[in-house]
Design a protein around this ligand. Sequence first.
Ligand SMILES: C[S@@+](CC[C@H](N)C(=O)[O-])C[C@H]1O[C@@H](n2cnc3c(N)ncnc32)[C@H](O)[C@@H]1O
Length: 216
Amino acid sequence: MLVTSRSYAEYEAMFDLKELPDSILDCCAGGSGFTAEAAARGVDAIAADPAYELETPELVDTVRRSLPAGSGIVDEHKGSFVWHWYGTPEQRDQHRIEAADRFLQDVMAAPERYVAAGLPELPFGDRRFELVLCSHLLFTWADKFDRAWHEAALRELIRVSNAEVRIFPLVLQGAGDQIPWLSEVLDALDGVTTEVRKVPYEFQAGANEMLVITRD
Ligand SMILES: C[S@@+](CC[C@H](N)C(=O)[O-])C[C@H]1O[C@@H](n2cnc3c(N)ncnc32)[C@H](O)[C@@H]1O
């Protein structure tokens, strides 16, 4: 799986973020610049990802290699992507390069913000974060992680959230196929309200919705 580096602006659009709450978990954060930027805005921001177990040179290499690899997926499925949000492939690359730089600087400057951990078990207390974000893991990689894993991962994301979990996108990577069991998995969750909400971001054609899970 790629350790990609989406930018703060991409997160802002994917999750339709208007105001940031006091504390945010980004799980799976990969090489994203979101946590660094949120922390710079005064948020208690934590990034979690199993990739943080890697030694620094290997992590740098993995994040840097994900940019051409990610572009390769886009090239393979050209007709499945739209460019109105990014403009051009070069502008998309620019987001990723700058976000990777921001991430790599922040990992060195504030390693305590970057926790090596993986779903479905996170080393955080119940209700630790006001908002929990998950970009491009759940549903995106449903060809690697099965439905039972998703159910456990959703419960864990909800457990560590005090108010809301937001997940984007709701389709498979590549051609953006639908997840046939998505609504059944959501119906099985207790103590929450779920909503599929439109966002001002689209890259995989038609993938312009996030899942918002609110604790009752
Ligand atoms: C496609 S990247 C997304 C990174 C970032 N959120 C972004 O949008 O650019 C997927 C990330 O999921 C991480 N990952 C893989 N298995 C995981 C797990 N069980 N729990 C949490 N993260 C995981 C990978 O290491 C990788 O960094």
